[in-house]
Ligand binder design. Structure first.
Ligand SMILES: [Fe+2]
Length: 167
């Protein structure tokens, strides 16, 4: 049972760590599936950023004397599983590219929501250094969303919106 804001914050930190770990596991697969070099570059660069964020979360948890907790954040797992099912039903080419970008944007927004919630708790607890780390994380994720959106706008051809005849 969560009895106070401090315990809630600790749980939020563990959730953010899980989300980052799941992103570190997922982004290489998305990069492998990406057809365009532009999208691969965006995904690979954000993989490096996410690895660093994950280490920052580990440091925050250690600073509070906390263990890692669960290996999985269920909302993130649900989004990743849904995207994998959609990808399995999607032909390669521009439509797959659009699915990858849409999924990555959804995942980033979930990360942002988690970091924003954690930052709010940290601020209310007077943990200004923690709040600053979480602010930087969510700004980096906002930047990733912008790059993914730009990539989607620039790299996905109009043919992606046309229905594809199946054999
Ligand atoms: Fe991210």
């Amino acid at each position: 049972m969560i009895v106070d804001l401090k315990e809630l914050y600790h749980e939020q930190l563990r959730e953010i760590l899980c989300a980052k770990s799941q992103m570190v596991a997922t982004l290489p697969e998305y990069s492998r599936l990406a057809g365009s070099r532009q999208l691969r570059d965006v995904l690979n660069r954000h993989l490096s950023v996410t690895r660093a964020q994950r280490q920052q979360l580990l440091d925050l948890l250690a600073g509070h004397g906390l263990d890692h907790g669960s290996d999985e954040f269920r909302p993130m797992r649900g989004l990743i599983r849904g995207a994998k099912l959609q990808l399995a039903r999607t032909l390669t080419g521009p439509v797959r590219e659009a699915v990858l970008i849409a999924s990555a944007i959804r995942l980033e927004h979930l990360e942002i929501a988690c970091c924003e919630s954690g930052r709010l708790s940290a601020t209310r607890l007077g943990l200004d250094d923690d709040a600053q780390v979480l602010l930087e994380c969510l700004l980096e994720d906002h930047e990733a969303v912008e790059k993914l959106t730009t990539t989607g706008t620039e790299s996905i051809s109009p043919e992606a919106s046309h229905p594809v005849a199946h054999a």
